[in-house]
Design a binder for this molecule. Structure first.
Ligand code: CMC
Length: 428
């Protein structure tokens, strides 16, 4: 017999269906509760609310498990490539050789962006944040490819939009960087793979010779895999909710980029490095910052620490910490910030404030140190997070549309004034 929940409200009791996921996660389906009882549920920040049933990513915050489509993040990070993972997330299975080649070929045919888009780069002030530029430029793709506006695209039409978005994102991101330096842009080269092409457009010179170090390509690939999806986080929920109005994929992803920008989400990687820099300037003692983070009168939080779902460890952080050591060693980079980060982590993990609240380093704590070693400036870090998260956003948007989910529209409990009578300004 299927499980049910009984809810007692005043004199009445209601039977509510229980939904059980494939990993035995349980939820009480309250979708009809208001119709039968007049009550809604209230859950600020959706801390305990499931908004969707999804087959893309599973994570168990207590056990520190993260899987994409059933494959563990540890195995994918070690054995696969970002493009394979992108295919897996978007289409549900790992590609075979022909599927992968066709996918790569399609992407390589669409990396150019419309020449008119270059005018946008010229219009942005030179110091404007790359995330603001990225969000605007991705949204503007809907203007250059208006066929994407169709609210009910065919499978072929949607596939083409997906390919274009994956392909053009690398060009947009690297050109944002080149423009910030005032350097000439570098056009994509179809013969390079996805990550190498991106790095070449970002760091290459205007030469036929490819100057990309395989160590850098492999580190970047791993970082992108680790960021590729993370179920219903702030930016992904944003993408799904914007898309639920039948808004096009480009604009929905642009909204996701804006949601990711904040320092509590994808902007944390930039904030971590800025915090570590401050610690360095202050003589290297992390205690002041630990105390600041613990002080309830101070809004400061230890950046790169804590997670809404992970309450034991963040498996991505574990992989990144090791990759950080490896990459810095292989590149011969000696960054004192890495030692500072390790000391800060040790202090926090031995402090009762952080222990009691189950606050551990998250994905953003060490990722910035690798990005820095690869040569990226700090304000590009959230953009790199967005590049990695792109396949996840696409997969979640596609699933939402395929499942024909209704438009997202939460309820509220109104706590404002009740009836008031208008008073003319002269007597107010
Ligand atoms: N430093 C100090 N205290 C913290 C921190 C922190 N980084 N994170 C949480 N707390 C405290 C918080 O003050 C609260 O204490 P109390 O119970 O005494 O009021 C308790 O821990 C629970 O925090 P919360 O705000 O209820 O937790 P949340 O699930 O709403 O927030 C978070 C999760 C990630 C926004 C938060 O941990 C945070 O602000 N961390 C710093 C920013 C950061 O690193 N963000 C990147 C997240 S991982 C990348 C991604 O996927 O977005």
């Amino acid at each position: 017999m299927s499980e049910k929940a009984i809810l007692q409200l005043e004199e009445n009791s209601y039977e509510l269906p229980v939904v059980i996921g494939t990993e035995a996660e349980k939820a009480i389906d309250i979708s009809k509760l208001r119709d039968v009882s007049g009550y809604i549920t209230l859950d600020s920040g959706y801390k305990n609310t499931g908004a969707v049933q999804s087959a893309i990513t599973f994570l168990d915050g207590e056990k520190g498990i993260l899987k994409y489509r059933g494959y563990s993040i540890e195995e994918l990070a070690e054995k696969s490539t970002f493009i394979e993972v992108a295919y897996l997330l978007v289409y549900g299975n790992l590609p075979n050789k022909d599927q992968l080649n066709a996918f790569l070929y399609q992407i390589s045919r669409h990396t150019l962006i419309h020449e008119d888009m270059k005018k946008f780069f010229d219009g942005f002030p030179s110091k404007s944040h790359p995330m603001g530029q990225l969000s605007s430029l991705v949204c503007s793709l809907s203007a250059f490819y208006p066929e994407s506006l169709h609210p009910h695209p065919t499978v072929e039409e949607l596939d083409l939009t997906i390919i274009k978005l994956l392909a053009k994102m690398t060009t947009i991101v690297s050109w944002i960087y080149k423009k910030s330096l005032g350097h000439p842009i570098i056009y994509p080269q179809n013969k390079l793979n996805y990550v190498a092409n991106f790095l070449n457009m970002t760091f290459g010179q205007r030469t036929e010779e490819v100057l990309i170090d395989p160590v850098v390509v492999s580190a970047m690939d791993k970082l992108l895999i680790l960021h590729a999806d993370h179920e219903q986080n702030c930016s992904t929920s944003t993408v799904r909710i914007v898309g639920s109005s039948e808004c096009n994929l480009y604009s929905s992803v642009s909204a996701g980029i804006s949601a990711l920008w904040g320092p509590l989400h994808g902007g944390a990687n930039q904030a971590v490095i800025e915090m570590l820099e401050q610690i360095k300037i202050g003589g290297g003692s992390a205690e002041k910052w630990i105390n600041k983070a613990k002080d309830k009168n101070d809004p400061f939080r230890l950046m790169g620490f804590g997670h809404r779902v992970y309450k034991n460890f963040d498996p991505r952080a574990k992989i990144i910490k090791k990759a950080c050591d490896d990459v810095l060693t292989k590149l011969g980079v000696n960054d004192p910030i890495l030692e500072m980060a390790k000391n800060l982590e040790e202090l926090a993990l031995n402090d009762s404030y952080f222990v009691e609240r189950k606050l551990y380093p998250n994905v953003d704590f060490y990722s910035g140190i690798i990005y820095r070693a690869l040569g990226f400036p700090t304000d590009m870090f959230p953009v790199l997070f967005a590049l990695g998260r792109l396949p996840g956003w696409i997969a979640q948007w596609k699933e939402m549309r395929e499942q024909k989910e209704p438009i997202g529209r939460p309820r509220q409990v109104y706590i404002g004034h009740t009836d008031r009578t208008y008073v003319p300004i002269a007597v107010r």
